[in-house]
Design a protein around this ligand. Structure first.
Ligand code: ADP
Ligand code: MG
Length: 287
């Protein structure tokens, strides 16, 4: 009764909110050795909020106006923060996003940079005096961004994202099922470690550029492991395709859902150990 048990399994999964694109994916799910999870929007709710800002009113105006051109969740948090403070938005003459680094904009002849240390280093902005504050913010699990205007440091803005309430339990269940659990993120190492600690993950791969996420999955596969990759973002799509099983967060982007083999509705992480349980049960019925 091979095809029957697979059909029953995919049906049972669907009833729970686990949508397999085909029976083959359900069968292969039981072979997984490792689960790789994206951080923002997968482990966390993906709705970051500004917690700290050290710049002046003008800096906020420039920073928020520049971020209006970005679709990044970090940008949304900054725009919301400026809006709450009734900061005005001004016309942006030029804008570019630098993936994994931040953004660059020109406003009224001024050059604005917002992003991480790498971005500042690439533009020769000296930020070493603010390193202690950055470390403090990151140790608290916040994502800290530096702001420069015309090559001069003008402030730091930090955001925090809350972890999904069920994330620690879901990760514990996966570990109890014998799976290796790994966090993969573009965010800073220290911030990533702080979030990982909160959810019980001890393996972290941080500061990964969007285009490198798939390579990291491949590296784990080269260790002889079958990898399940869980993600929500456009930049997770290549990694979802590369993984043995790509698992999309239902609340994530359409691109991620299309790239994946399975979608978990509502982004409920407990559905991942459940999918593995259902897969094992279906396989047992076959043998
Ligand atoms: P994540 O995996 O968390 O989505 P990204 O690869 O998108 O990470 O970004 C990595 C880092 O680049 C961020 O932690 C931040 O420091 C910086 N960054 C990216 N986009 C922006 C932005 N719009 N504004 C400021 N900083 C940004
Ligand atoms: Mg994400």
């Amino acid at each position: 009764a091979t095809p029957t048990s697979i059909m029953v399994g995919t049906g049972r999964a669907a009833e729970s909110g686990i949508l397999f694109k085909g029976g083959g994916h359900l069968e292969r799910t039981h072979e997984l050795d490792a689960i790789v999870l994206d951080k923002t929007g997968t482990i966390t709710k993906g709705k970051p909020e500004v917690t700290d800002f050290t710049g002046d009113q003008e800096t906020l105006q420039l920073l928020a106006s520049a971020e209006k051109g970005s679709e990044h969740p970090l940008a949304e948090a900054i725009v919301a923060y400026a809006t709450e403070r009734e900061s005005e938005f001004v016309n942006v003459d030029e804008f570019s996003a630098i993936p994994g680094h931040g953004i660059q904009a020109t406003i009224g002849g001024k050059q604005i940079l917002v992003g991480n240390r790498k971005l500042m280093n690439d533009h020769d902005v000296i930020v070493s005096d603010y390193e202690d504050d950055m470390i403090q913010l990151e140790t608290d699990g916040k994502t800290a961004m530096l702001i420069a205007v015309d090559g001069e440091y003008r402030g730091t803005i930090a955001v925090a994202d809350t972890i999904k309430e069920t994330a620690p339990q879901a990760i514990r269940e996966l570990q109890e099922q014998g799976l290796e659990v790994i966090m993969l993120t573009g965010d800073n190492e220290r911030t990533a470690q702080a979030i990982a600690r909160q959810v019980g993950i001890d393996q972290v791969i941080a500061e990964v550029l969007p285009e490198e996420k798939a390579d990291k999955v491949k590296e784990i596969q080269l260790q002889g492991k079958k990898v399940g990759m869980v993600g929500d973002g456009v930049n997770d799509a290549p990694a979802l395709v590369t993984a043995d099983i790509g698992i999309a967060i239902g609340t994530g982007t359409e691109v991620a859902i299309e790239a994946a083999d399975v979608t978990i509705l509502g982004g409920e992480l407990l559905l991942i150990p459940k999918a593995i349980k259902i897969s094992h049960a279906s396989i047992r019925n076959i043998r």
